[in-house]
Design a protein around this ligand. Structure first.
Ligand code: GLN
Length: 456
């Protein structure tokens, strides 16, 4: 009830876009009953959470913040949200995001942007909570729920976490089932928790993940007890500092944040080693070829017939006009840009020059990480974002490339399929939160969370 009240009071943040108070009270009552009867009830039992609008939730609008999914109420529940419900978590509603998870500011949403609860000192200007999981980050930071689900295709959990002083982990590709999550770029998409602390992230990840036969890329691996692994003991761990992440023009405060993080880990007994990930500079261009390519294919299903919105047709309009008008009205500008870029790089004449080349670059990026881990590095420490939260309107109105540059530290991790976590560790001169990123070995989320716990 306290959370439902907080959601109502914080309507201006535009974090929740569909509210499910009746369902929440029903599930809360069931959780109360379960807690009384079962002393072994999972840690998530009874905890109020929010679910990103990208997850299909049975009977509850699931629109991926797009007009084209207007009125869509799935007949089924995503595996991740079902796993959370089975653990007794109580969904309060669906959270704002960039349309189809494309963006870094939550400003491409059909519902309008979510707002970051943080301000720059005394300046009233509204800031972005980041994106695409901006509603999730804003809701957790503003205490509208205890935790939320996010998804991360190219930083969409870690960047909004860094912008709002929250914790966000993108697990290894395949750790969480993608079944029932609206697909953006299927070889990159992963779900993960967004929480107030590393401990909460460990507890929630354990409840979310696990093998799912309904997703052929879901890993058939046992789920570790992530919370029990949180010793925070990093003595003797090798922490790699990649020199290629020291970008030209990196703001002083990000450099300082990074140095402070390095000092903190060294003081806690870790061994700090300089490493090289030579193909880093190609990650962003490769990502912005591969992600749109996969998106253009995934989004072909929104044809005005199977789901959601269909345009009004004029007399004489045939099926081509129906597709054209529906997709022109149903998709926003950024989604249309991705579909066009993706279709172009997959077209017969350009496939080898762009798509295949990007795939080769992706393999090299992954090999960079493999080599470093083979040399004994346990975790890699980098900044999570190149800046603190920026103002609403500041980037969306500029050249789209400016927005894409936000993802410079995060997309490498998706291309390589690795786990990455953003942890708030400092603030800028005006008091805005800043976060560091730790990147771990595949399937070693337990170890990654424990290192993040030491940094928190
Ligand atoms: N900024 C990235 C993009 O727009 C974020 C994608 C994501 O992680 N969902 O593609």
């Amino acid at each position: 009830e306290a959370c439902l009240g907080a959601i109502d009071a914080a309507g201006a943040l535009n974090a929740f876009v569909h509210h499910t108070p009746d369902l929440a009270m029903e599930r809360a009552a069931a959780a109360d009953a379960r807690l009384q009867g079962d002393s072994e009830a999972p840690a998530m039992c009874g905890l109020p959470i929010g679910i990103k609008d990208l997850f299909c939730t049975k009977g509850v609008p699931s629109q991926a913040a797009s007009r084209i999914l207007e009125g869509f109420r799935p007949e089924y529940e995503s595996t991740v949200s079902q796993n959370l419900a089975d653990a007794g978590a109580v969904m309060l509603g669906k959270l704002n995001m960039d349309e189809f998870a494309m963006g870094s500011s939550n400003e491409t949403s059909v519902y309008g942007n979510a707002v970051n609860p943080w301000r720059r000192g005394n300046d009233d200007a509204q800031l972005t909570p980041g994106g695409s999981s901006g509603g999730s980050a804003a809701a957790v930071a503003a205490d509208l729920c205890l935790a939320a689900t996010g998804t991360d295709t190219g930083g969409s959990i870690r960047q909004p976490a860094a912008f709002t002083g929250t914790v966000g982990i993108k697990p290894t590709y395949g750790r969480c089932s993608r079944w029932g999550i609206v697909a953006f770029a299927s070889s990159l998409d992963q779900a993960g928790p967004m929480t107030k602390s590393v401990r909460d992230a460990a507890i929630m990840l354990e409840a979310m993940c696990g093998h799912d036969p309904k997703d052929s890329t879901s890993a058939d691996l046992a789920v570790p007890n992530f919370e029990a692994a949180l010793t925070g003991d990093i003595r003797g761990k090798k922490i790699g500092i990649p020199r290629e992440y020291r970008m030209d023009g990196m703001p002083e405060e990000i450099e300082t944040l990074w140095q402070d993080g390095i000092a903190m880990m060294r003081d806690a007994g870790a061994e700090i080693v300089d490493i090289s990930l030579p193909h880093t500079k190609y990650a962003l261009p490769a990502y912005y070829v591969i992600a749109p390519a996969e998106a253009s294919s995934n989004l072909a299903r929104y044809d005005g017939v199977r789901y959601g919105h269909r345009a009004q047709l004029a007399p004489g309009d045939g099926i081509t006009e129906m597709y054209e008008k529906t997709r022109a009205e149903g998709f926003g500008a950024e989604v249309q840009r991705r579909v066009m870029v993706g279709t172009y790089v997959l077209s017969a004449g350009f496939y080898d020059a762009y798509y295949n080349r990007a795939r080769k670059v992706r393999a090299l990026i992954k090999k960079d990480f493999d080599d470093v881990f083979a040399a004994g590095v346990d975790c890699i420490l980098t900044p999570a974002t190149p800046s603190a939260a920026f103002g609403l309107g500041e980037m969306i109105d500029a050249d789209p490339i400016q927005m894409y540059l936000n993802d410079v530290f995060t997309v490498t991790v998706n291309l390589a399929g690795l786990p990455g976590i953003a942890v708030p560790t400092g603030q800028d001169a005006r008091g805005l939160p800043l976060g560091l990123q730790l990147i771990g070995r595949p399937w070693e989320e337990a170890d990654l969370l424990s290192s993040a716990y030491a940094l928190e």
